[in-house]
Ligand binder design. Structure first.
Ligand code: 5GP
Length: 174
């Protein structure tokens, strides 16, 4: 597999991140306690970090990690929690931050998991959406880009732990 053409440029990502941050800031303006940003490790770290820099509301960070067992570029749908919440989210506003939604199985598993901790509100902010592959519906309050059904890397997303540091999103080619 090798790095293919650029699908979403670094400039386009940064512009969209600022727009999303403006939407989030507007929607949570005036909240009593900081908004808990909940990036899903590891892929969402770049996105969540950039997003947070443009937010005008106070935020806390917590992180969760999952593994969805699968080979190479296919997720299997068997999701396992690798790292749980460390903050008490009960009664708090939580914004889960996801790099990409494909089948929706990972996000829907995590959403249910966090919901069981009884946050005051739980919403999802996702950078990339592959609608074509959806199996489980996922409520996306904030969405960056719809992309075609291709395996992508960069801006946090990896293949075999490579390419996370790229500032644009690229297609991976055989
Ligand atoms: P799901 O199918 O459960 O929505 O997505 C499972 C996980 O597979 C995502 O959180 C992400 O880590 C990974 N994934 C899905 N599509 C892609 C892709 O195009 N590129 C990369 N690098 N990971 C992906």
């Amino acid at each position: 597999m090798k790095l293919g053409r650029e699908l979403v440029s670094a400039d386009a990502i940064q512009r969209r991140v600022q727009e999303l941050a403006a939407d989030v800031s507007r929607d949570y303006a005036g909240i009593d306690r900081p908004l808990i940003l909940l990036p899903v490790l590891k892929g969402s770290v770049c996105f969540a970090t950039d997003l947070s820099r443009h937010l005008t509301v106070p935020v806390n960070f917590d992180y969760v990690a999952v593994s969805s067992y699968g080979t190479g570029t296919e997720s299997s749908g068997h999701v396992q929690l690798l790292k749980d919440l460390t903050m008490d989210v009960a009664g708090r506003d939580v914004l889960m931050v996801e790099d990409i939604i494909d089948t929706g199985l990972t996000t829907s598993f995590l959403f249910d998991h966090v919901q069981r901790h009884r946050p005051a509100s739980l919403k999802l902010c996702v950078l990339l959406n592959k609608q074509e592959r959806r199996i489980t519906p996922v409520p996306m309050a904030y969405k960056g880009f719809d992309i075609p059904n291709q395996f992508v890397v960069g801006y946090g997303l990896d293949f075999d732990e490579l390419y996370r540091n790229l500032s644009a999103v690229h297609v991976l080619e055989p």
